[in-house]
Design a protein around this ligand. Structure first.
Ligand SMILES: *Cc1c(COP(=O)(O)O)cnc(C)c1O
Length: 452
């Protein structure tokens, strides 16, 4: 067994292929439906906003998908990313558990999102597209796609949820440094935005609204496509590079996880980390537990329902079969903007339904306590989103102490929090509140699900 704190791979050891869990799942999710006809979508329905290669990946059941050389070259700017053994945190918790974390915050935009932004921009460019539109919540996805478009000489138009546009101005600056145009959403740029503003001029916006705006523009223009930073199958395929590297690194450390943990907004960093290990559970009977951690203010997997729902508020996207709180659900303005989405990846949803993974939720005061304990021991200020995984890992390490079990825990540190300092300030000033969702609001949101 290695005593290393930092377990690294060389460039040569970076994966050459992504892993596609659809090749191994006992049950595939039900297919997406066309929002107008309610029939399963065909490639032609999606080609107005996505390139053919991504549409192919979306339905592919090939286990391995080649990473293009052009994408691997740029991955090398920060990949393979480091795996750390959190020895100081283990000591602070006085736990017999071993805690490992994979650090995705060392990427240029500071989160895992560039792992998929690069291939998405690349495939669009290959198919003659010159502009991408997208939405962003806290701004991490907008930053990642802006960088990717910049690397491939494409234009990028970002609709940023208005409350984040106001609370997190620095991420907007970064997007602009990379040449993107950024609009607070709801905006006057689109029909969907104008309609919402007429009804509610002070709307704080939501990811569901911003998606409607970005999709509307992409659907209208031949030179423009839309890019989504989470939820869809092709996104989770690209993110598998996280778990594939982590598996090699755990092997180097002479270890294998008993518990794999990641935070879950749309499911992409969870899927990216967990799926290559879930392969071992499905195919080889490994006993690993997988925990997706979400905010108690936006509890999609733990309190939502599994059914068909729109990905956006205007109902422009295909209906996805997923756990959802309802597309009209307006999450409270908690400080983990990246986890405020009403739905979840259909792949993650199906694995939860089939009992292969677990889900849990945490309140924001708890996760900031975990974030500060982690920062003081490991030296990294984590993103509030990632801190859900940290606090869950801490809880599991404390449970291992109670039980006297030397568990091996692996979690994904999806990003750093150096652009989230106003949230830390609010926490340290005692101004953060928990918003456990009242049953009434939940039932109202769920009552409006489309009838299929
Ligand atoms: C966007 C984001 C998330 C949530 O998105 P997933 O698709 O669920 O991974 C989590 N952590 C960070 C740092 C993010 O930027």
């Amino acid at each position: 067994m290695s005593s290393d704190v930092k377990i690294l791979l060389s460039e040569k050891e970076m994966p050459e292929k992504w892993y596609n869990i659809m090749a191994d799942m006992p049950n595939l999710p039900k297919p997406p439906l066309n929002p107008a006809t309610k029939e399963p979508v065909g490639p032609e329905d999606l080609s107005a906003i996505f390139p053919m290669e991504l549409i192919k990946q979306e339905v592919s059941q090939e286990r391995w998908i080649e990473i293009p050389d052009e994408v691997r070259e740029i991955y090398k700017l920060w990949r393979p990313s480091p795996l750390y053994r959190a020895r100081r945190l283990e000591k602070a918790l006085d736990t017999p558990a071993k805690i490992y974390y994979k650090y995705e915050g060392a990427s240029p935009p500071g989160s895992h999102k560039l792992n998929t932004a690069l291939p998405q921009a690349y495939y669009n460019k290959q198919e003659g597209i010159t502009k991408l539109t997208t939405e962003t919540g806290a701004g991490q996805w907008g930053m990642a796609l802006s960088q990717a478009c910049n690397f491939f000489n494409m234009e990028c138009k970002v609709f940023m949820v208005k409350v984040s546009y106001q609370q997190k101005p620095y991420r907007r600056s970064v997007m602009q440094i990379f040449g993107s145009s950024v609009f607070p959403s709801p905006s006057t740029e689109t029909e969907s935005g104008r309609k919402l503003l007429a009804a509610d001029p002070d709307s704080p916006g939501s990811l569901g609204i911003a998606i409607s705006e970005a999709v509307e523009i992409a659907a209208q223009r031949d030179d423009t496509n839309y890019a989504l930073g989470s939820v869809l199958n092709h996104v989770l395929i690209h993110q598998s590079v996280i778990g594939l590297e982590a598996k090699e690194q755990m092997a180097k450390a002479g270890d294998y996880p008993d518990i794999v943990i990641a935070c879950c907004g749309g499911g992409s960093n969870f899927g990216g980390m967990a799926f290559p290990f879930i392969h071992d559970k499905i195919v080889n009977g490994a006993k690993t537990r997988f925990i997706a951690v979400e905010p108690s203010a936006c509890p999609t997997l733990t309190r939502g329902v599994l059914g068909y729902d729109y990905g956006d508020v205007a109902g422009l996207t295909p209906l996805l079969y997923m756990y959802t709180l309802g597309a009209e659900f307006m999450p409270p303005g908690i400080h983990s903007g990246g986890l405020r989405y009403h739905g979840d990846s259909p792949l993650v949803s199906q694995l939860l339904k089939d009992g292969i993974i677990e889900a849990t939720s945490l309140g924001q005061t708890a996760i900031f306590e975990g974030a500060i304990l982690f920062a003081r021991n490991e030296g990294i200020v984590p993103a509030p989103e990632s801190s859900h995984a940290i606090q869950c890992a801490i809880n599991e390490a404390l449970a291992a102490r109670e039980a006297g079990e030397a568990k091996t825990i692996l979690f994904n540190l999806s990003g750093h929090g150096l652009l989230d300092l106003p949230s830390y300030d609010a926490f340290m000033a005692g101004k953060l509140e928990d918003y456990p969702l009242p049953e009434g609001i939940l039932n109202k949101a769920l009552g409006n699900l489309p009838k299929i």
